[in-house]
Ligand binder design. Structure first.
Ligand code: PGA
Length: 265
């Protein structure tokens, strides 16, 4: 566990739900569990842009964090459709950058991800940078070099001082939305690699402060197997975070795990 932090359970809603009313229902469905366990678990919700303001109001005084799923690196100007980190900073504490769906469907490069991460931190946001190997990398045993290169690239414009505002989410692309979650041992080894790369790049202090999450088909049944790992500071959930009951259970499980001393897998 990173220095002085609680485990983080982050809910990436992706392009869901379609209406503001459904978004409000989902928020109301998860805030009770989050409030109950807030001493042990930090919860953050990542709705689509149009729901951010409404969700921000519902989350007031709940202790639940709010974040956006992406940002652009320029502050303002002629960038149709883009949303800057500065614009988000008035409403959100968090932003996700480099999610595999952004990389795959919107052709974002490692350099784009690095610029977004730096813009997020500069705007005062806490930034979750997603990294992870494709199926073909995993099958060939190339996870380590792929993830190492992604982490190094993402940190290119950041310094050790930024590390307490930085979270790296290890999300094997083959595990996202597929129900094929990674073996805890594979997740453990890759998260350990990530922390080592941070140490090599930004120094040991940064490696102790930065938080590392696992994501990819996390649900109420398997969240314990990741959060119990000593390299793991929490999870980033997608599909399961759209079901209020399931996500609430996940919050309770992470709170319980945090009460115990982590063991090696
Ligand atoms: P999933 O998504 O939990 O639906 O696999 C995780 C993510 O994309 O962050």
């Amino acid at each position: 566990m990173a220095e002085g932090t609680r485990p983080l359970l982050a809910a990436n809603w992706k392009m869901n739900p379609v209406t503001a009313a459904e978004a409000a229902d989902l928020v109301r469905g998860v805030t009770e569990a989050a409030r109950q366990h807030q001493d042990r678990v930090e919860v953050a919700l990542f709705p689509p842009f149009p729901w951010l303001l409404g969700v921000a109001e519902l989350l007031e005084e709940t202790g639940v964090g709010l974040g956006a799923q992406d940002c652009y690196w320029e502050e303002k100007g002629a960038f149709t459709g883009a949303v800057s980190a500065q614009m988000l900073a008035g409403w959100c504490q968090w932003v996700i950058v480099g999610h595999s769906e952004r990389r795959a469907y919107f052709h974002e490069s490692d350099e784009d991800v690095a610029r977004k991460a730096a813009a997020g931190v500069a705007a005062g946001l806490d930034v979750i940078v997603c990294v992870g190997e494709l199926d073909e990398h995993y099958e060939r045993g190339h996870t380590e070099p792929v993830v190492t290169a992604q982490v190094k690239a993402a940190l290119a414009h950041l310094s050790a001082d930024d590390s307490s505002h930085l979270v790296i989410a290890y999300e094997p692309v083959w595990a996202i939305g597929t129900g094929k979650n990674a073996e805890p041992e594979h997740a453990y080894n890759t998260m350990r690699t990530i922390r080592r790369v941070v140490a090599d790049t930004l120094g040991d202090g940064a490696a102790r402060r930065i938080r590392v999450l696992y994501g990819g088909s996390v649900n109420a049944a398997n969240v314990e197997s990741y959060t119990a790992l000593p390299t793991c500071d929490g999870c980033l959930g997608g599909g399961a975070s759209l079901k209020a009951d399931e996500f609430s259970k996940m919050v309770g499980t992470v709170a319980e795990v945090y009460g115990h001393t982590p063991a090696s897998p």
